[in-house]
Write a protein that binds this ligand. Structure first.
Ligand SMILES: *Cc1c(COP(=O)(O)O)cnc(C)c1O
Length: 413
């Protein structure tokens, strides 16, 4: 996390001006200290439960980040076979990887079975095919849709009635038929109601629905409550009170395990909560452009590197790190893409000069992983701050990377 220390901005104790000079901009910087404190905060909020955390690597998939989470005891949540393969390469025990795909082919699920990861199935058609093929030999988890509304943005809200995710709680009778006839071994139940849980009681209601559903499944070993913890993006932002979720759910889960007759594991699979605040994105100011209506700051980046503001209308706090004591002024921060890519309107920044470096806070989750080469731009470099040292963990792309998979037709050359 970005801190102001003795007139200089630092991350993990290292001056960020030095980092930007050494690695150039645009640049993603992550610090493992913040990842670890978020991991511990979540883990320690659940007292007296057998809690297992699976880092959702679609939020930040650099192999070093995945390894870091493995080393502090985390499992991995994956949504594609490619994430499974990367996780195994990172050193995760396949048993600690859960694979929760959506609308993938049976062939891809076969590949995941071959790797020995925990399979999570989210529709009846695949469940039936899976049972046909594997019977009781491969245990499965079922993704249940409790139809509880959560999530701030409609793109990331996945639990509602029109959602494509999960098997509806109203289809349990059908699920039971398939499971009985194919002798499927269901070892887990899962829900993921979407990002941005704000109302803890709504979340508890979804948990209750999941507990009721367990009556159909006598062989459970774990319940996975997904994720969706909201982190603060602004100083006055609402965010999930993790302590409150921990207290309430631990109690409820304990009571549930008693009535179920067995001590189950309680799983979570957060992405944003674990890595969002650990990441900062740096870009340089190319142009300051005064129009009749506003003052634009044009930077050496755009929606190709950080798309959340344009795609989800999300807020990222912006700081001018080059002029900590400058007078506060109002700016509109925009990218260099030939399309409207606005990072923020009417932002108060310490006076900005061309050549200054500005920082986007909370850029660890869904920043680099959603970056593209739009406008034939290189994707940025990534740096990790670990135990007071900085490491380049992904080099900036170059022309070879852009052209790597293109095949030139001789007649055209
Ligand atoms: C995206 C996703 C997550 C992580 O969500 P966050 O909001 O980043 O915590 C967890 N589980 C599943 C199945 C997901 O698709």
């Amino acid at each position: 996390m970005l801190k102001l220390e003795k007139g200089h901005y630092t991350i993990g104790g290292i001056p960020v001006e030095d980092l930007c000079a050494k690695y150039d901009t645009p640049l993603y910087v992550y610090d493992t200290g913040t990842m670890e404190s978020q991991y511990n905060l979540l883990k320690n909020s659940f007292v007296g439960t057998n809690i297992k955390i699976k880092f959702a690597c679609k939020a930040l998939n650099n192999i070093n980040v995945m390894r870091f989470f493995k080393n502090i005891g985390s499992g991995l949540d994956t949504v594609s076979i490619q994430e499974v393969w990367t996780g195994i390469k990172a050193g995760f025990d396949p048993k600690d990887i859960i694979y929760t795909p959506n609308c993938v082919s049976m062939e891809e699920i076969d590949l995941a079975v071959k790797e020995g990861v925990q399979i999570n199935i989210d529709n009846l058609s695949i469940l039936e095919q899976f049972g046909n093929k594997y019977g009781s030999t491969v245990p499965v988890c079922l993704r249940i849709n409790p139809h509880i509304m959560a999530g701030g943005n409609s793109n990331i809200s996945v639990g509602h009635i029109d959602s494509k995710f999960g098997i509806s709680i109203y289809q349990m009778r059908h699920v039971e038929r398939v499971i009985k006839s194919e002798k499927i071994h269901v070892n887990g139940l899962h829900m993921h109601t979407g990002s941005d849980i704000l109302d803890v009681d709504v979340f508890m209601r979804a948990a209750d629905i999941l507990f009721e559903t367990t009556e159909h499944f006598p062989e459970l070993e774990f319940i996975d409550f997904g994720s969706g913890f909201k982190v603060p993006y602004k100083s006055d932002d609402y965010y999930t009170d993790i302590k409150e979720v921990g207290e309430k759910l631990s109690k409820k889960f304990g009571e549930f395990c008693k009535s179920y007759g067995r001590e189950l594991e309680l799983w979570f699979e957060p992405g944003k909560f674990l890595v969002s605040q650990s990441g900062t994105f740096f870009a340089k100011v190319n142009v300051i452009k005064q129009t009749t209506a506003t003052v634009f700051i044009g930077i050496d980046s755009g929606m190709n590197h950080l798309i959340r503001p344009m795609f989800y209308n999300s807020y990222h706090h912006i700081t001018n790190i080059s002029n900590p004591n400058g007078t506060q002024r109002i700016y509109t921060v925009v990218g260099y893409i030939c399309e409207t890519d606005t990072f923020g309107w009417d932002r108060k920044l310490a006076e900005v000069r061309e050549g200054d470096v500005i920082a986007f806070h909370n850029a660890g989750a869904y920043g680099f992983t959603m970056a593209s080469n739009y406008n034939s731009r290189f994707r940025p470099a990534e740096v990790m701050i670990h135990k007071g040292k900085d490491y380049l963990i992904r080099q900036r792309e170059n022309m070879d990377d852009l052209l790597r998979n293109q095949i030139e037709i001789p007649e055209l050359t």
